[in-house]
Design a protein around this ligand. Structure first.
Ligand code: ZN
Ligand code: ZN
Length: 183
């Protein structure tokens, strides 16, 4: 059995694992990892879970089970909310450099393949970032029946009173009513 080691990043040097031969594996407990996201996206919780790296006949197979949550706001009432995100990845990374000869491998032969760096490092962060972006909900709701905002006063409909008298409907009309010639 393989010992799990605690890890605070999503990158590993796998030179040792490559040298260990096909079938060798390492397990990493992912604990409290945070990554930057593009645009105005933000994680609401650190990334946790487990990553298993297995030496295949061609490279390193990644089997990742991760969880985090995204910060956002309700699409109807704009209250802040968090969306739990589960990530499952199974990807094979191929070397860029031949481990024994140290010579560059022909990367062009498989341009789509995921690659280890020239220093035999496996960087899982880009794949995890892509998975989080894919999992981002388009119109999240803080609850399924969220009634949204009141069109009259702009406050959430499930908070306070909204039986507004007709007079309140348009503040611009209200201003006009107050403007009366003084005869
Ligand atoms: Zn809402
Ligand atoms: Zn209202």
């Amino acid at each position: 059995m393989v010992d799990a080691s605690r890890d605070r990043s999503l990158g590993w040097n796998v030179a040792g694992l490559l040298a260990d031969g096909v079938g060798a594996a390492r397990i990493f407990d992912i604990d409290d990892v945070t990554i930057a996201l593009p645009e105005d996206l933000e994680l609401a919780a650190p990334i946790t879970g487990q990553v298993r790296l297995t030496r295949t006949n061609r490279g390193i197979l990644v089997d990742a089970r991760l969880a985090t949550s995204l910060a956002g706001e309700c699409a109807r009432c704009l209250r802040p909310l968090t969306t739990p995100i589960e990530i499952e990845l199974e990807e094979e990374y191929l070397p860029s450099i031949d481990l024994t000869s140290g010579r560059p491998l022909d990367i062009e032969a498989e341009p789509e393949a995921l690659r280890l760096t020239d220093h035999h490092e496996l960087d899982l962060e880009p794949s995890v970032r892509d998975a989080i972006l894919l999992a981002e909900p388009i119109a999240p709701l803080d609850r399924p029946d969220c009634p949204g905002l009141c069109v009259v006063c702009g406050l959430p409909l499930d908070e306070g009173e909204h039986d507004h008298p007709d007079d309140d409907i348009d503040p611009r009309l209200e201003a006009l009513k107050a403007f009366r010639p003084s005869e």
